[in-house]
Structure formats: structure tokens, C-alpha cells
Ligand binder design. Structure first.
Ligand code: ADP
Ligand code: ZN
Length: 764
């Protein structure tokens, strides 16, 4: 203390006597260099620096100011010499008035950073919606109240009449008022208010307020159904899990229309009962007004998080959720991060759906994040699907998930009959021309005659899927992606479905000039033309991402179909999911093989899921329904199993294949993708990386299988060459360690980028 008196200004902190009282913060940055870095917390910021808030810190030699997330605060370890930290820089400012992330969310994001091999700061930036970070929809206002000592003397002080009026009004208000409030109530200018502030009779504080209130649409209340026997039995198991407050996982395998959603809502009832909240995750595509209305009709305070929210709306929802004002959050993938203060249950509907995996960094899977979050919070998770992912099914078979079966449809409607049409015989015998076989056409006629509606699925958009010159063999390809272009007839353009490159469709071969260039292969646009020709008096509507560009067009189309204005609905997988139209008596699958031969170990599973899901769109009413599946592979196990609605059979054929090849769910897999402008350095980098992974695995005695590097199935995308490595191992943590070790040693050329994809879904 004596020494301090010798200085006018405070001495440098490391020379102070109370060095052991110094506080430090660990921060991570949202962009490179990501950190973590430690900084000194200056005394005047001590009560404001805390984990979950953002701060400004000096970085690098130039000490430029950057934004960072504080993830930890700690006091100096007394055993450590203060010398060790003498050059540490200080935090400059605190940006947030309260933490944007709770301690639990910090732990969850830290886990994601480890699991998905992605810097923590990058995870935080991705998890926190933009609107929350920018506090969208709020503004700073100065709010005035009367100094308490002054309040008692308003009538005796010397004041102008306006000033007295102002003080009276503000003093009588139960909460502080803004200038605009005061001016409107008293009818004064700004000047007298400022004068009172200068005299310290009015005291001002600065606060953030919301500019907009969320508008709440009122929806009709919906009654609960009385549960059928299967649902009742299922609910009992769910209740046990909900009451146990354990991170139990329940896999509800229920055929389409078996009343899964009803079951979720009963479970949520129970959770709300003891003051907790629920999160319901659904694929974006099933976030329809129909689904939303069901939840809004049952629960008082529901927040719906969909991808079309403005940053302002998103922030407003986020704040209300964090304040505990919301009971049920319904949303797509990212709703798994909803900041519910007392989470009681997470539900994932259509848990097999690929849209739960994010294809940008961090490449997380909402199912796995949900499972992790539930483990940390000790709450149960319900996974529901008619076609569970094999990952989930296998865990249920092993007993780590509890399996709940709903094998029957509500009200006893049977599952539809599924017929297989062998396109090989049709072609050989020249029975059919075009893409609708004779039996399918006959069934369509029958259905229409009886007043039924029809759904046709073809999972390829456009008119012709290849443009090829029969004289020189040239296939018209994307100059950026090395993939065949699809002809779109309405605009007469050839389009790349990966990067959207477009060119006019060539009337003659662009290479040799031959004028008989061939447009072949059928997409939805050609199918539509064919249907219109074959059924000229029937109304038909095409749904794919080309025809449904405008916001709201999905819902309009479904409404028309529901109202019976449309008889035939045809489209891509957009029409395969979750829809409930009792009058659909026929579903036709135009070509079940489209995805069957993809270079992807999940190809068979995808085909099974798609065919089963679309088949589930019929037979939902008293008129019954049937399904016809056209295929060149009628003996394929996926096709046979889906035609029998037999998930267990499909799994029993497919799982041994996965086991034999050590694919998930039997091993953990990480895919490394390197991409670059030039082919050779990109390939060389991938080679180097694979080599480093091999030696890291050897050092650790990790059993690892490594495929590649090889050109990715899409070897060029948006002008970049792509190479990939597929690594798998029974030891997932070991595998991640190997990737980290390789990453720390690999020398990355400037023009080559790489990413790691843990549990990859996309294999192209
Ligand atoms: P899933 O989610 O399995 O497809 P839903 O919960 O959507 O099934 O149920 C299908 C239809 O049956 C819905 O229209 C729903 O309102 C109705 N439903 C569900 N449970 C019952 C029940 N116990 N009694 C009568 N109708 C029911
Ligand atoms: Zn392209």
C-alpha cells in the first residue's frame, strides 16, 4: 500500500500487492484465429464480464479490437507466479447487458465443438441467431423517473408550471417513462424535460426495449382425442420416462397415421404440468400451418421457429423463450438450441429425416445434439418415425433406447396395398410408352372414375435429365461442376441442379453441330406434360422447387388439393411427407430406382424411407387406397420391404450389410472433404492429410479403416475440385483425435480448403 502512494496513477497491476485477486477471462473468437485466449479483467469491468456475454478484446500486434465470447472467468491461481501473466492484455469492453448463453448452452456448444471438430467460437456464432446477437427489434431509450427526494417537494419547489406538470406526471407513473411518453401525456416540448434532467430532478436510465410486439393469431382450440389401446400403452411408457427425470430415449416406431403426434402432445401435457417446457423438432418441410395449428390449438403459449422469421421476430421469440414465457417450442433443426429455462422434454418427429443434419459448419445433427442436451439436463427424448433411421433402430435393438410400437392406424383403417410394376417387362413387351405404365394408367382411370385423388411421385425435377449428342457422344455438362445439365422446357434452359448454372438449351450439338441432339430422361416437368396429355379433362398440379418458388405457394397448392380443386398432384419428395388427405385413393411412384444406385451406403435406406412415406399418403379415409411402385429392380430388398410396410424386415436385411462393411450404426465415421481451384494441389493435400491420419492412428494403436483419398462422387462443384477421405472406427473419440492430430500437422496450401464431417449424411 505504501508503494502505491508514491504513484500518481495506479501502478501496473502485476506489481500490486493484491495480485492474487486479479481476475481473468477465457474467450473464444467467432472467426480465425479462434482462440481460446485469456485476458485480464480490469477492475471496473469485473461485475460485468461473465461467461456467455460478448466482450471486446485487443488482438495481435496491432491490438485491433475484436468481438469475442467469454466462456470462463477465473481468479489467479495463488501458486502461480504473477510474473507468468505480466504481459497479458486487458478486456476492453463488455457488449451484452446479460449473458446470451446459459452455462448449460455453453457446455452443449463446447461438446459440439469437440464432436463436430469445429472451433467453439464458430459453433457459438452459428447457434446464436443473428437477431439475438444484434438485438434486432430493440432500441436504446432513456427512461425518466423523479428523484425520490424531489418527489416529496414537487408542490413547494420553484418551478415553471410545465415543469411541475411534468414532475407530477412522472412521479405518479408506476414505471419510468420515455421522453415521447412524457411529451404525449403532458403536451410539452423536449426542452423542459432536458432542463429538469440537468437540475437532477429527473433521473434517466438507459434501457433496451422491444420495438415490435409479436402478433399472436388466435386459433381454434382443439380437443384431445381419447387414446386408443396402442396409444394408451405407449403413453404409459412415456409417463414413466417423463416422471423419472432421466435422460431416457424413447423410439416411437409408428406407421403413418398411427397417432404419434397425439402421443407427443399428451407427453407434453405432462411436462407442462410440472412447470417445464418442451421442444418439438420437425423437418422444415413439415412445418406446415396444419402442424402448427395442431400445437397452437392445444397449448397456450407456443413459439414456432421456422426459417422465414425475420431477425426481429426471431429475437423476440428467443427472449420470450428465455424468460420462460413459452411452454412449447415447435421448430426445425435449429430449435434444438431454444433457450428454455426449464426444459422437460425434447421430441423429434420424423427423426430419420436428413434435414436434421446441417450441411454447413458446424455440421451438426439435431438428433445427436438433442440427445446430448437431454443427457446434460436429465430429461427424456422421444424420437418418432414410421421409418426410423437405422442408427436409432439399432440402439433400440441393443436396449439403450426404449422401443414403443404403434403398429396400427387410427380408427383401424388398413395400410394400403402396394403393387410392384416391373418396368423391365413393360419395356421388353413395349406395353408402355412414356413414364406411366399401362397398369398405372389403368389404376389412375379407375381412381378418377370413383372420384378419388391421385399423388404421383418422381424425385427429379426438370423436363429431360440428360442432353446428349448421339453423333459424337457429348453430354451437355455444367462447366463448373462436371455434372449433366437438366433441360427445363418452360424456360428453354439447361440448368445445373447443384450450382444453378444456366445456359440456353442447345438446339444442335454444341460440339459437332449435329442437329439430332437428344433430350432424354424424365423429370417432373415432362411427367406433368404426359399426364395432361393422357388425362386432358383432369386438373393436375406439379409441386417441386421450380413451381413452388413463391412463399406460401406450398400451402396454397395443398389447400387446392384438399378442397378437391386438383385431382392429380405430382411432384418430388416435397409431396411425400406428412400430408393427410383422406380422399387420396392412389399413389404412384414413377421410378423407385432414382436413388437406388447412388454411391452412398444409405441409398437402400433412402429408397425404403421415400417409398414407405409416400405410400403412407393414401388409405387415410374410408375409401381405402392403393399404391403402385414402378421399378427396374423389383427384387431389391428395399422395394420388397416397403411394399409390405415392413420396416423390421428391411432393417434385418440392411443391418448385417452395414455390420459387415463397418458402416454406421456399427462404426463411427468421419468424412474429410478437400476442395480447391486446382486439381493437383487439392489432391496432394488430401493425400498428405490421409497419411497424417494413418500415422496418428498407428501411434495411438487405433483401429481405423480409411478409404481414399479419392475424387468425391461430385468431383467438381462450383468450379472447385473435390477429394474426400472416409474414415471409420469403432472408437469415435479416437477417430476425432486422429483428425485433430492430422489437422494440427497438415500444411494447408492457400487455395485449398477442407472440412471434417462427423457422422456424414451427404456422401456426394
Ligand atoms: P401420425 O403422427 O402417426 O401420422 P397423427 O397423430 O397425426 O398420426 O394422427 C393421425 C390422425 O388421427 C390425425 O388426424 C389425428 O387427429 C387423429 N387421431 C390421433 N389419435 C386419435 C385418437 N385416439 N382417436 C381419434 N383420432 C385420432
Ligand atoms: Zn454446376
Amino acid at each position: 500500500m505504501k508503494q502505491q502512494n508514491l504513484f500518481d496513477t495506479a501502478p501496473p497491476p502485476w506489481e500490486s500487492d493484491d495480485a492474487e485477486d486479479r481476475m481473468f477471462a477465457t474467450v473464444v473468437l467467432p472467426e480465425t484465429p479462434y482462440g481460446p485466449y485469456d485476458y485480464v479483467i480490469p477492475p471496473d469491468l469485473r461485475d460485468r464480464v461473465e461467461p456467455g456475454r460478448r466482450v471486446k478484446v485487443p488482438l495481435g500486434h496491432g491490438n485491433r479490437s475484436v468481438v469475442a465470447y467469454c466462456v470462463k472467468v477465473y481468479a489467479q491461481n495463488a501458486s502461480e507466479p504473477a510474473e507468468a501473466r505480466r504481459n497479458w492484455k486487458e478486456i476492453r469492453a463488455v457488449l451484452d447487458t446479460r449473458p446470451l448463453l446459459s452455462g448449460k448452452m455453453l457446455r452443449l456448444t463446447e461438446w459440439m465443438s469437440e464432436y463436430y471438430l469445429c472451433p467453439w467460437g464458430q459453433v457459438l456464432e452459428a447457434v446464436l441467431p443473428l437477431g439475438v446477437r444484434t438485438q434486432a427489434g430493440t432500441r436504446q431509450v432513456r427512461l425518466y423517473s423523479v428523484d425520490p427526494a424531489i418527489a416529496e417537494q414537487i408542490e413547494t419547489l420553484t418551478l415553471t408550471p410545465k415543469q411541475r406538470q411534468i414532475l407530477r406526471h412522472v412521479a405518479s407513473s408506476p414505471q419510468p417513462l420515455s421522453i415521447a411518453d412524457i411529451r404525449a401525456a403532458v403536451g410539452c416540448a423536449e426542452q423542459p424535460i432536458r432542463n429538469l434532467e440537468r437540475k437532477r430532478m429527473l433521473v434517466a436510465q438507459t434501457e433496451r426495449i422491444y420495438r415490435s410486439k409479436l402478433e399472436e393469431k388466435s386459433v381454434p382450440r382443439l380437443d384431445r382425442h381419447s387414446l386408443n389401446e396402442d396409444q394408451q400403452r405407449a403413453l404409459q411408457s412415456v409417463m414413466v420416462a417423463v416422471h423419472s427425470q432421466q435422460p431416457a430415449v424413447l423410439l416411437v416406431h409408428g406407421v403413418t397415421g398411427s397417432g404419434k403426434t397425439e402421443l407427443y402432445m399428451r407427453a407434453i401435457d405432462e411436462v407442462l404440468h410440472f412447470g417445464r417446457q418442451a421442444i418439438v423438432l420437425v423437418p422444415e418441410i413439415s412445418l406446415t400451418p396444419q402442424t402448427v395449428a395442431r400445437f397452437r390449438g392445444r397449448f397456450e403459449r407456443v413459439a414456432v421457429l421456422h426459417s422465414h422469421l425475420s431477425p426481429i421476430e426471431r429475437n423476440a421469440h428467443w427472449q420470450r423463450i428465455a424468460a420462460g414465457e413459452i411452454q412449447v417450442v415447435v421448430g426445425a433443426r435449429s430449435a434444438v438450441f431454444a433457450p428454455t429455462p426449464h426444459l422437460g422434454l425434447i421430441v423429434l418427429d420424423e427423426e430419420h429425416d436428413a434435414s436434421f443434419k446441417q450441411d454447413l459448419v458446424p455440421r451438426y445433427h439435431a438428433r445427436d445434439v438433442a440427445l446430448q442436451r437431454a443427457r446434460m439436463d436429465n430429461v427424456p427424448v422421444i424420437l418418432g418415425s414410421a421409418t426410423p433411421a437405422l442408427e436409432s433402430w439399432q440402439r433400440a435393438c441393443e436396449g439403450s433406447y426404449q422401443l414403443i410400437e404403434l403398429p396400427r392406424r387410427i380408427l383401424g383403417f388398413p395400410l394400403p396395398d402396394v403393387g410392384i410394376i416391373d418396368l423391365r417387362t413393360e419395356t421388353r413387351n413395349r406395353y408402355s410408352s412414356g413414364s406411366i405404365s399401362r397398369p398405372l394408367r389403368q389404376a389412375m382411370q379407375d381412381s378418377l372414375r370413383d372420384g378419388g385423388q391421385i399423388i404421383l411421385l418422381l424425385n427429379r425435377r426438370g423436363y429431360s435429365t440428360t442432353i446428349q449428342c448421339p453423333a459424337c457422344g457429348l453430354v451437355v455438362k455444367c462447366p463448373e461442376c462436371d455434372l449433366a445439365l437438366t433441360h427445363h422446357r418452360s424456360e428453354e434452359i439447361a440448368v445445373c441442379h447443384y450450382c444453378d448454372h444456366q445456359r440456353p438449351s442447345p438446339p444442335v450439338c454444341p460440339d459437332c453441330g449435329f442437329d439430332g441432339i437428344r433430350y432424354s430422361g424424365t423429370g417432373t416437368e415432362r411427367l406433368e406434360a404426359e399426364v395432361r396429355r393422357a388425362f386432358p379433362d383432369t386438373s393436375c398440379l406439379r409441386m417441386d422447387s421450380d413451381s413452388m418458388r413463391k412463399p406460401g405457394s406450398h400451402e396454397q397448392a395443398f389447400q387446392k388439393f384438399r378442397d378437391g380443386e386438383i385431382q392429380i398432384l405430382l411432384g418430388t419428395q416435397m409431396i411425400a411427407k406428412g400430408l393427410d388427405f383422406p380422399n387420396v385413393t392412389l399413389v404412384g411412384v414413377i421410378n423407385a430406382d432414382v436413388a437406388l444406385h447412388f454411391p452412398d451406403f444409405r441409398a437402400a435406406e433412402r429408397v425404403f424411407q421415400l417409398v414407405t412415406q409416400v405410400a403412407g399418403r393414401t388409405g387415410r379415409g374410408p375409401r381405402g387406397g392403393r399404391v403402385l411402385v414402378q421399378t427396374y429392380s423389383p427384387d431389391h430388398p428395399s422395394i420388397i420391404a416397403s411394399s409390405r410396410h415392413d420396416f423390421a424386415r428391411f432393417a434385418s436385411v440392411e443391418l448385417p450389410i452395414r455390420r459387415e462393411h463397418a458402416y454406421p450404426p456399427f462404426a463411427s465415421m468421419i468424412r474429410i472433404i478437400a476442395r480447391g481451384e486446382e486439381e493437383l494441389p487439392t489432391e496432394a493435400f488430401a493425400q498428405e492429410f490421409a497419411g497424417l491420419m494413418r500415422s496418428a492412428a498407428e501411434e495411438r494403436k487405433l483401429e481405423m479403416r480409411l478409404l481414399g483419398p479419392a475424387p468425391a462422387p461430385i468431383a467438381r462443384l462450383r468450379g472447385k475440385f473435390r477429394f474426400h477421405i472416409l474414415a471409420s472406427s469403432l472408437n469415435g473419440a479416437g477417430l476425432r483425435e486422429v483428425v485433430r492430430a492430422a489437422a494440427s500437422k497438415a500444411v494447408q496450401p492457400d487455395n485449398v480448403l477442407w472440412v471434417a464431417d462427423t457422422d456424414p449424411i451427404e456422401m456426394l
